[in-house]
Design a protein around this ligand. Structure first.
Ligand SMILES: Nc1ncnc2c1ncn2[C@@H]1O[C@H](COP(=O)(O)OP(=O)(O)OP(=O)(O)O)[C@@H](O)[C@H]1O
Length: 233
């Protein structure tokens, strides 16, 4: 469904991605791993149209996303849970959810305020609370809920469990397992290799803006040297 080919991108005076290739199939869960500063977030920013491509292509269902705005890309079916959550601080929980709602022409959208609140029952009593007043975990649930409200065909998460208490983290992993089991395609960046190995079908390791390795969870867990060399774990 999503195909990234020879992607080159970066910032004003520094190239970060030097020919990234990756592909996510329908219903597949992929992880993007790598040490800090290797280009994971830059890859996602390129896919979402937040930064321009210098070369290469990104295709969704065979259609090139080159030149599309982040808004258009969201409308085409990519839902982003950004690093740092970035929820709207001065909107309520409900307003945050409604702000991105879109059913993309589907007659019965799967995700509505009600179905998001069923997925995250802890948000139900907080519907009228301002985003700024939520805890980190509540903000993270809201950020995932807000991305789901676009009824995406691919959900992309950048460090969705970072900085959260262990129990809250476990809750987020459980939700991601439920979304996977319901058939949603997911591309996820996280530091927890064990949790990623349980969730994802395949993993890509990025090093200095290129994919250095890709493989299954079993292959990733079996190769201690690989994890030490490219992930420092
Ligand atoms: N807005 C920006 N302007 C200029 N350089 C940037 C910008 N954002 C990131 N970079 C640089 O691009 C490189 C790749 O950063 P990126 O955030 O993509 O890495 P990452 O693999 O996601 O790592 P991290 O886990 O630290 O977020 C780094 O050298 C970083 O300093």
């Amino acid at each position: 469904m999503l195909k990234v080919t020879d992607l080159q991108a970066g910032y004003e005076d520094s190239q970060v991605l030097f020919g990234m290739d990756l592909a996510v199939g329908k219903g597949e869960v992929l992880s993007l791993l790598g040490r800090n500063g290797m280009g994971k977030t830059t890859t996602i920013s390129s896919i979402m149209g937040i930064i321009d491509l210098d070369d290469g292509d990104i295709q969704l269902e065979g259609r090139s996303l080159r030149g599309c705005s982040p808004y258009e890309i969201a409308r085409l079916g990519l839902g982003l849970v950004p690093e740092g959550r970035q929820i709207f601080p001065n909107l309520t929980v409900r307003e945050n959810l409604i702000a991105t709602a879109s059913n993309r022409g589907q007659s019965a959208p799967r995700w509505t305020v009600d179905t998001v609140l069923e997925l995250f029952p802890m948000l139900r009593p907080l519907q009228d609370r301002m985003g700024v007043l939520l805890s980190g975990g509540e903000q993270q649930m809201l950020a995932i809920g807000r991305a789901l409200m676009t009824n995406p065909s691919l959900l992309i998460l950048d460090e969705a469990t970072e900085g959260l208490a262990p129990l809250v983290r476990d809750g987020i992993w459980q939700v991601l397992h439920a979304l996977r089991d319901a058939g949603l395609s997911i591309l996820i960046i996280d530091k927890n290799v064990d949790a990623l190995a349980r969730l994802a079908d395949r993993h890509y390791i990025i090093e200095k803006g290129r994919i250095m390795w890709s493989g299954s969870s079993a292959e990733l867990l079996a190769d201690e040297e690989l994890r030490h060399r490219f992930l420092g774990v």
